[in-house]
Design a protein around this ligand. Structure first.
Ligand code: 2P0
Length: 320
């Protein structure tokens, strides 16, 4: 029997992906740039089954209808690519709170793509694996690679893939994931970004914002300028969330706790610590800091938010 077990890590976007120019192919309106994280990951195993239907397991239980439907759509794509009708059993273990804005779809579809590549003996290159993972979820495109990763938006299925910028960053960057709420989000990323594209009068500005931020970020990475990396990431995150505030009807992923953590980050920075924040499609915050300041920043977060689940994260590897 073929070993199909594949592990993929989540990634945090420092330059965000928010909006698709092609919903079916998951082609984004902009490039994006992320850091793959060590501590949150998904492990997926697949095998063929002699059955009428696919079998989808999530964390040792049969998956709910919404999760199963999304996975089956991806299985259908891979079956079509391989001219196969075989049913498949998928077993997924998430070492990351599902759908809490912590990119479980990124690690999930990257791991699933990697596992199916082995099952069907497709022998895809990393670039082609990235393109395949993209069909499951946009952010999964980047989780094929470790370290800092750029997703080139491309113009079609062939040209939209991610590339490693620096797989083993020699940079003292650390992140603190501050989970204040691990409930599933009410507005999925897919829905939220569609609403922003269709209704925010500021969406027209977004590609230009990303282009400028990306250029500055690539330069900051080359210079190992961690302060600047944090500042650009924070600014870009706020620009993304401004698209949601300016949608009609307006919406936000932020909750009261989100603002409280933002305020604490500002306080820490005023006191001389390296601390910036970035936030995805949920209320939880990731704090960007340095090895030198990690312990102090973590202590302050834990003292101020004793209920929060705080996890230290560092750059992580690509799929394996
Ligand atoms: C990102 N996010 O760049 C952005 C920033 C959340 C905020 O990609 O519809 O699950 O499957 O392509 O990838 C989360 O959205 O959305 C996401 P789909 P996905 O990481």
């Amino acid at each position: 029997m073929i070993m199909t077990k594949t592990t993929a890590h989540t990634n945090i976007a420092l330059i965000k992906y928010w909006g698709k120019k092609d919903a079916a192919l998951h082609l984004p309106y902009t490039d994006s740039l992320s850091l793959t994280l060590d501590g949150y990951y998904t492990t997926t195993t697949t095998h063929f089954i002699d059955a009428a239907q696919d079998e989808i397991w999530l964390d040792h239980q049969l998956a709910d209808a919404a999760f199963a439907a999304r996975v089956e759509k991806f299985l259908n794509l891979v079956r079509t690519l391989n001219h196969s009708q075989k049913r498949i059993c998928v077993q997924t273990i998430n070492h990351v709170p599902t759908a809490a804005g912590l990119a479980s779809s990124a690690s999930g579809f990257a791991a699933l793509a990697g596992s199916l590549d082995k099952l069907f003996q497709m022998n895809l290159s990393k670039t082609d694996l990235s393109r395949l993972a993209r069909r499951g979820s946009g952010s999964a495109t980047r989780s094929i690679f470790g370290g800092f990763v750029q997703w080139h938006q491309g113009t079609d299925d062939a040209s939209s893939f991610a590339e490693a910028i620096d797989e083993n960053p020699n940079l003292p960057i650390r992140l603190l994931s501050v989970v204040v709420n691990n409930q599933e989000k009410k507005i999925t990323s897919t829905k939220g970004m569609l609403q922003a594209v269709e209704t925010s009068p500021f969406y027209a500005q977004w590609p230009q914002v990303v282009q400028t931020d990306l250029k500055s970020m690539l330069q900051a990475l080359r210079n190992h300028d961690l302060e600047l990396i944090g500042q650009i990431a924070e600014d870009n995150c706020l620009a993304m969330h401004a698209l949601n505030w300016t949608s009609r009807p307006a919406f936000t992923y932020f909750t009261a706790a989100t603002y409280q953590i933002i305020n604490l980050v500002h306080q820490l920075r005023a006191q001389g610590y390296l601390a910036y924040y970035t936030i995805d499609a949920g209320p939880n915050v990731k704090i960007i800091t340095s090895i030198a300041d990690l312990a102090q920043v973590q202590a302050r977060v834990q003292a101020n938010f004793p209920q929060a689940q705080v996890t230290k994260l560092k750059p992580g590897p690509g799929i394996r």
